[in-house]
Design a binder for this molecule. Structure first.
Ligand SMILES: Nc1ncnc2c1ncn2[C@@H]1O[C@H](COP(=O)(O)O)[C@@H](O)[C@H]1OP(=O)(O)O
Ligand SMILES: [Mg+2]
Ligand SMILES: [Mg+2]
Ligand SMILES: [Mg+2]
Length: 345
């Protein structure tokens, strides 16, 4: 790769390639069927796919950019240095390498950059998607035959909903400079490309001032459609949804997938009034959403900072929208007492 390409563009191009490699690891772990689930805390799981994908990403990026501070979600105490050569990816996406460098980022050095890695966003949906894939096809038919009350339609919709969860899984690589997310990658390992392309997965990228790529942006829906958590709700999260006066609420997994829904016109606002998300969940989505003209803040309307010493949790929740007007609308709808409740937690 030519070193005449500006650092931020090279790093984004490398991140696009390595995110695709990590996505293949995520699919391979699922195909082997041994997920190696570990419970890190209540409702907070890690699988072999989270661990391996992170090792692949961090080893690949740090071998090429040794002075960049790379922070990943998972602790891998046993295997930090153990990365097979097949995982080391030094390719760079050719289309991204041709991008212009934003004027503000022309002189930056590796030391100025912090990269936030979520090797698998939507672990809960990944493990639930696995439940259905694991079941033997013959067992499935037996279940149908021995339960005459279960209609084929009902069974197919159940199957679809579990397979559908895998679509929520993403690999996130967020690039921040001076505490601000400036570029990012969302890779969706289970996205099914329709048409002539016979490949699974897609990679979406964004770069400040330059724009977004890897998908076709769509205008927001005509009515207010909110996207929110499906696996980490609580009464405060629900209260913040009720006050929005939305025409529809979509409950899906992962911060990456919810921001994809905003970018693709499936929803207009993402509301999560709870502290569960961390910096690696929001860095890449925020960078891409801002590059597309959207906005992501906490529930109080404040920007998160992405310096290496910042606390990991996004304590005051997530509020994102496809544009500043809708963000403002949603921000004004959230009652002050709810904002205070989160801020004082
Ligand atoms: N209470 C929580 N504990 C751990 N992770 C959380 C929690 N809430 C949210 N997250 C992380 O934020 C992402 C978005 O949340 P949600 O899907 O609930 O909207 C989750 O996929 C998860 O990331 P990850 O799957 O990478 O651990
Ligand atoms: Mg996790
Ligand atoms: Mg995550
Ligand atoms: Mg994760």
């Amino acid at each position: 790769m030519s070193t005449s390409v500006p650092l931020i563009v090279r790093l984004l191009a490398s991140s696009v390639s390595v995110a695709g490699r990590a996505g293949k690891i995520v699919r391979d772990v699922m195909s082997k069927g041994e997920l190696g689930i570990v419970e890190k805390a209540k409702d907070d799981y890690q699988t072999e796919a989270d661990r391996s994908a992170q090792r692949c990403i961090i080893a690949s990026l740090s071998s090429q950019y040794p002075k960049i501070n790379i922070i990943g979600e998972e602790d891998n105490p046993d295997n930090e240095g153990d990365v097979c050569s097949d995982w080391l990816t030094i390719d760079a996406d050719k289309e991204v390498l041709c991008l212009e460098c934003p004027s503000e980022l022309q002189g930056i050095k590796e030391e100025d950059i912090v990269v936030w890695v979520d090797p698998l966003d939507g672990t809960s949906e990944y493990t639930q998607g696995a439940l259905m894939l694991k079941r033997d096809p013959w067992e499935r038919w037996k279940m149908y035959l021995t339960h005459p009350l279960i209609s084929i339609k009902w069974y197919l919709s159940l199957l679809q909903s579990h397979y559908g969860f895998l679509e929520h899984v993403t690999v996130l690589i967020g690039i921040s400079v001076n505490e601000k997310p400036v570029a990012g990658v969302i890779h969706q390992p289970y996205y099914k490309n329709v048409g002539s392309e016979n490949k699974t997965g897609r990679t979406i990228w964004g770069l400040q001032e330059i724009g977004v790529g890897g998908f076709t942006p769509a205008p927001p829906p005509n009515s207010l459609i909110i996207t929110t958590t499906r696996s980490h709700s609580n009464p405060v999260v629900e209260k913040a949804l009720q006050v929005m006066n939305a025409s529809q609420i979509l409950r899906v997994g992962g911060a990456g997938f919810k921001v994809l829904q905003l970018l693709e016109g499936k929803a207009s606002v993402y509301v999560f009034a709870s502290p569960g998300c961390k910096k690696w969940d929001t860095c890449a989505p925020e960078a891409i959403l801002s590059a597309a003209g959207g906005k992501l803040t906490d529930i109080l309307g404040h920007n998160y900072k992405y310096g290496a010493s910042e606390p990991r949790p996004n304590k005051t929740g997530v509020l994102a929208a496809v544009n500043a007007d809708l963000h403002n609308y949603a921000l004004n709808r959230i009652p002050q007492e709810l904002k205070e409740k989160l801020a004082n937690k």
